[in-house]
Design a protein around this ligand. Structure first.
Ligand code: NAD
Length: 351
């Protein structure tokens, strides 16, 4: 396994390999860039088939966090961690505490949050060993209630804001009434996005690999179910990928009839070239890490001091950021994903 010469190394500042046999812990912490501030990113627990696979995942994810923090105007850098193991069978308190101790040893250069395979409760256990955790505080919802550290509501709200910007830019529409939206994946974020859209008067179609997720959305929100294969080719205005990565690929792109792609999923483009392909097809792509930053912004406020009004304004700033990206993409005749990268790089490289 190579590290410095790894294809995804991308000038990482620090990569830490953590091993604690007594706790059954094998983990990698990757810190990509701290020019704007300490690296913040989730801890993923996954039964990787090899150490190489784990390293590749953590390097890619960590670099992505640098871009996401920079584009979201946060004084944070990018980092991520992975624990090698099955989250259903290998996760123990000892393992999580051992991870917490390694994090504490980094002295705050990396701050951890939840990710696939870890939950708020797991991060709280790590937090018994380290102060460098976020996504663990209960917060006011603004409707008189409280919610846990789960970032999904903030992510969904950010996607809604972004979707409005994209619809305004591409379709010249100021409201969502009657807008047709297809949502792929109605989990934590997709379900909430569907709810916002229905409340705004949009028509919503959903697909999910789990029938119970679909049934819940249909029953509670009145959306229309379609199969996981049909969701791409619907005659809608917006396609919102809110499932896993690579939704936009050589098979799905030719099927798309939507004029806008705006969803929460990370790494929506199967390959970089699909960014240009979307542009060529006249589909406005709202770059994934720009529009799904609401959750990151939300958890970051736990470190900067939680202020709900400021937080909401910050998330709503995604609208202007996207408009800047769309404008630059038009004037420079470049794909939107590439323009987002350029803006993020200007921000984290010069600071
Ligand atoms: P989730 O697991 O709660 O929901 C994902 C849903 O997609 C699930 O219901 C799953 O069954 C469904 N799904 C998976 N593959 C599918 C397919 N091929 N077709 C249709 N449905 C499929 O996850 P989430 O927290 O809602 O996150 C959704 C996406 O947004 C992920 O890519 C995640 O990385 C990204 N994201 C989430 C957050 C957050 O705050 N939760 C923040 C940033 C990015």
């Amino acid at each position: 396994m190579s590290v410095f010469s790894h294809n995804d190394f991308a000038d990482h500042e620090q990569v830490v390999f953590c091993c604690d046999p007594s706790a059954g812990l094998k983990a990698i912490i990757a810190i990509h860039n701290t020019n704007r501030g300490p690296a913040l990113g989730g801890c993923r627990m996954w039964p990787y088939k090899s150490d190489d696979e784990a390293l590749q995942d953590v390097l890619r994810l960590s670099r992505g966090m640098t871009y996401k923090s920079a584009i979201a105007n946060l004084n944070l850098g990018g980092g991520k961690s992975v624990i090698i193991g099955n989250p259903r069978t290998d996760k123990t308190e000892a393992l999580l505490r051992a991870m917490g101790q390694f994090l504490e040893g980094l002295g705050g250069r990396y701050i951890v949050a939840e990710d696939a395979g870890t939950h708020v409760e797991d991060i709280k256990i790590m937090g018994q060993e380290t102060q460098y955790v976020v996504g663990v505080l209960d917060k006011a919802t603004g409707e008189g209630g409280m919610r846990s550290g789960d970032p999904s509501p903030a992510t969904a709200y950010g996607v809604l804001v972004a979707l409005k910007a994209a619809v305004k830019y591409r379709l010249g529409r100021d409201d969502l009434k009657g807008l047709k939206v297809a949502i792929q994946g109605v989990g934590n974020v997709g379900y909430r996005l569907a709810k916002y859209l229905k409340e705004a008067g949009a028509q919503v179609w959903v697909a999910d690999i789990y029938d119970d997720q679909v049934r819940r959305a249909v029953h509670e929100l009145g959306v229309t179910p379609v199969s996981v294969d049909q969701i791409f080719g619907l005659d809608v205005d917006v396609f919102a990928p809110c499932a896993l990565g690579s939704a936009l690929n050589d098979d799905t792109l030719p099927q798309l009839r939507a004029k806008v792609v705006a969803g929460s999923a990370n790494n929506q483009l199967a390959e970089e070239r699909h960014d240009k392909e979307l542009m060529t097809r006249g589909i406005l792509y709202a770059p994934d890490y720009v529009i799904n930053a609401g959750g990151l912004i939300d958890v970051s406020y736990e470190r900067f001091g939680y202020d709900r009004d400021k937080l909401v304004k910050h998330i709503e700033g995604i609208y202007d950021t996207l408009m800047e990206i769309f404008e630059r993409a038009r004037s420079e005749q470049l794909p939107t994903g590439m323009v987002a990268d350029h803006i993020a790089e200007e921000r984290f490289r010069k600071s």
